[in-house]
Design a protein around this ligand. Structure first.
Ligand code: ACO
Length: 431
């Protein structure tokens, strides 16, 4: 952890209102921008900082994921996402995010066995599931199911016990595919499929999603690899909105399932995880290449409130490295399925090309993000559009729980409590 007591660098803050100037410690991370420690600001000056949307605020110290948004780089525990996506499985990446290192072969085997042995969910959970309307959005169902895990697995939710925290982390990673598949099967009125521990993590998920008692699912290695890659690319993304939600909810000391249910709720929004669903819907609405021009004009018209979904990112002001990998996977999947002429893929490629040459997008540094192509891949795999964000949540669970664990074990850990710039009535009396 940062040696806060021995920093040699300072920032001097001066005021125009007569408040004496103030020196504040400046810390450097291993890479990335320095941060100014403003924690004593209020005590010393009676002033807060103002940063809605956290544009310039580092809310925590972390060693897990690093993004260089200007260069378009993403690293988990120091390893570039490209290397991990090409050489490792999602479960290896889970191990890396949780424990800080990639597993050796004995650790890998043990981790895979442990996760595999926890894939089944409490039998009572299906009766809880049955309380939902069948036409409920799967993200609403998933938020409820994950929150309810604290009720079904109360034996390991003591956040001060590291053993219980580890059990809960394994339960979350192992049961997430089962719960996502259950919510899908329920929504289409098919019998729930129990996990099969003879399969890999991703094969098992696909079988639970797509097999039924009358027909087993034929494993296609290209599709399994593609979905595994989607999981890897979405596994963590430093302090994004849902992860910050998990940290903020978890900072009260609530159990991990409650904190992660809050993260899932946040992820659902179209500006965040809901963008892959919104992006595919957008492509379907545009319909054909000749309508792109008209659509782009609407995007550029401020009054229309239309955005090019799957484009732009708060942190990446360059290519999202995940989008490149996803485009590559998209090619592989469509080729494996004989869908090279998929009209939506052609439309997406054309839309990306047109946007990349348009001054509006260039000047605002708007590039395709991971969600621009992941929807096309998921659709080709057979995942329905309204399940896309659940797939994202499945993958991100490991990032959330790793970040939550890091927060709980941080010596600077405190309940998150932002302040405000109050502009309402200062005081008034009833007549
Ligand atoms: N389409 C058109 N214009 C856009 C887009 C877009 N997708 N994204 C940003 N802009 C424009 C804004 O209108 C604004 O223009 P202005 O300066 O003329 O007012 C400028 O670019 C900056 O936009 P902000 O909204 O301030 O950027 P911010 O960093 O807050 O937003 C966000 C990032 C939410 C991702 C945004 O780019 C967006 O809404 N994209 C579409 C949704 C999406 O794909 N989300 C997925 C993100 S990745 C993820 O969660 C996995």
């Amino acid at each position: 952890m940062t040696d806060y007591a021995n920093t040699q660098k300072y920032a001097t803050l001066s005021f125009s209102d007569g408040t004496p100037s103030l020196e504040m410690p400046l810390y450097s991370g291993s890479v990335g921008p320095d941060v100014i420690d403003i924690r004593s600001l209020y005590n010393k000056t009676g002033k807060f900082t103002y940063d809605p949307g956290f544009l310039s605020t580092a809310a925590c110290e972390s060693k897990i994921t690093y993004i260089d948004g200007d260069k378009g780089e993403l690293r988990y525990r120091g390893y570039p996402i490209e290397q991990l996506a090409q050489k490792h499985s999602f479960l290896d990446v889970c191990y890396l995010l949780l424990k800080g290192e990639l597993p050796d072969s004995a650790q890998q085997q043990e981790f895979v066995n442990t996760v595999t042995r926890h894939t089944m969910v409490h039998e009572q959970m299906q009766f809880f599931l049955r309380g939902f309307r069948r036409d409920a959005h799967p993200m609403a169902v998933l938020t409820g199911l994950i929150g309810a895990m604290a009720a079904f697995y109360p034996d390991a939710i003591d956040v001060v016990d590291p053993v219980q925290r580890e059990i809960s982390a394994i339960r979350l990673i192992a049961k997430m595919p089962t719960l996502v598949a259950m919510s899908y099967k329920y929504s289409i009125g098919q019998p729930l499929v129990y996990p099969n521990n003879g399969l890999s993590y991703t094969e098992n998920f696909m079988r639970m999603m797509f097999s039924n008692p009358c027909e087993d699912y034929k494993i296609n290695d290209v599709l399994v690899r593609a979905l595994d890659r989607i999981f890897i690319l979405h596994a963590d993304h430093e302090q994004n909105a849902s992860t910050s939600t998990v940290r903020l909810a978890g900072s009260s000391g609530t159990n991990p399932f409650a904190a992660i249910a809050a993260g899932i709720a946040c992820l659902w929004g179209p500006a965040h995880g809901g963008a892959n669903e919104a992006s595919l819907n957008m492509l379907q609405q545009i319909g054909s290449v000749d309508k792109i021009g008209e659509f782009i004009s609407r995007v550029k018209d401020k009054n229309s409130h239309v955005r090019l979904m799957g484009f732009g990112h708060r942190v990446y002001k360059n290519h999202d490295p995940r989008a490149k990998l996803m485009r590559e996977t998209c090619h592989e999947v469509l080729e494996a399925l004989g869908l090279q002429n998929d009209p939506l893929f052609k439309l997406a490629i054309e839309l990306e090309k047109i946007a990349s040459e348009d001054e509006y997008f260039i000047s605002r540094k708007l590039y395709p993000n991971v969600d621009f192509y992941s929807g096309i891949v998921q659709r080709a795999i057979g995942i329905p559009v309204d399940m896309f964000t659940c797939i994202f949540a499945l993958a991100r669970s490991v990032g959330w729980i790793a970040q939550w664990e890091e927060m709980i074990t941080d010596k600077e850990y405190k309940i998150g409590r932002p302040r405000q710039l109050f502009t309402g009535y200062a005081h008034r009396n009833l007549e």
